[in-house]
Design a protein around this ligand. Structure first.
Ligand SMILES: [Zn+2]
Ligand SMILES: [Zn+2]
Length: 255
């Protein structure tokens, strides 16, 4: 599997894009970065967008993609996929015909540009050759991470935004995660803030990794606040864990 990192920041500044991960040119995980990075042709290949949670930095690209499809008169149709509570927030607060047009009714319901697809936490979905399972994580709003398995049984797990969680790792159980994309938003000294907002520090991450049954082959850090990037980088280094590093906007990783 090839994952292009359109954005992996916990905030937005030039050169620091919000989260958006493109799997094999077709499937998006989160849409904080999408139309701000992909050209028209790349945008036209997207068929499915899996959303971890409804915070703006993870969903905003949905709105601009839908608009582009209509303006370009493309036949492209896109599924917006998540657990019901996440889709409800998007429906009510983003695509509500007030903040942005309801593209699930444009041009009409049958032929709509966007379609909501509900997932149940813990239940797998087969899509092309992938098996994708959402697992509940621990954030300030309802949120899931996604475990993705390809036909060669290679797996990656993208946590989205999460604080410490026992449940997630218990539910994933003894499934080997080959590549873990996990968030660290704050430096160690802001541990309390991280906990109350449902985020991680390097120290909290270390404890988290001890809960995983089989250590992932590689660990990539996403969602650092750019203001603390240097500190977080240093603190991750001090963990002395093999094959762990911060992701970079624009790079491609292979699982
Ligand atoms: Zn969030
Ligand atoms: Zn976020």
């Amino acid at each position: 599997m090839k994952i292009k990192i359109l954005g992996c920041s916990g905030a937005e500044f030039p050169g620091h894009n919000p989260p958006g991960f493109l799997l094999d040119d077709k499937i998006m995980f989160d849409a904080g970065s999408l139309t701000n990075v992909l050209d028209n042709k790349a945008q036209s290949r997207i068929k499915d967008i899996f959303i971890t949670h409804a915070h703006l930095d993870h969903i905003r690209g949905i709105s601009f993609l839908a608009d582009n499809i209509i303006v370009e008169k493309r036949k492209q149709r896109v599924n917006i996929i998540s657990i019901p509570s996440v889709l409800k927030t998007i429906r009510k607060n983003l695509l509500n015909d007030s903040l942005w047009p309801d593209f699930t009714m444009i041009p009409d319901y049958e032929n709509a540009v966007l379609k909501y697809m509900e997932l149940k936490a813990g239940r797998l979905l087969k899509i092309n050759d992938y098996i994708i399972t959402p697992y509940k994580v621990n954030h300030s709003v309802p949120a899931v991470g996604y475990l993705v398995q390809d036909s060669n049984k290679r797996r990656f797990f993208y946590t989205g935004d999460t604080g410490p969680t026992d449940r997630t790792w218990k539910e994933i159980g003894n499934k080997q995660i080959h590549c873990l994309i996990i968030e660290v938003s704050f430096p160690n000294r802001l541990k309390d803030l991280a906990r109350t907002t449902g985020h991680m520090t390097a120290q909290l991450l270390k404890k988290e990794l001890s809960k995983i049954k089989y250590m992932p082959e590689r660990i990539f850090i996403t969602h650092p606040k750019p203001q603390y990037l240097r500190t977080i980088h240093a603190e991750i280094g001090k963990l002395k864990i093999k094959n762990i590093r911060l992701l970079r906007d624009g790079e491609t990783i292979r699982v």
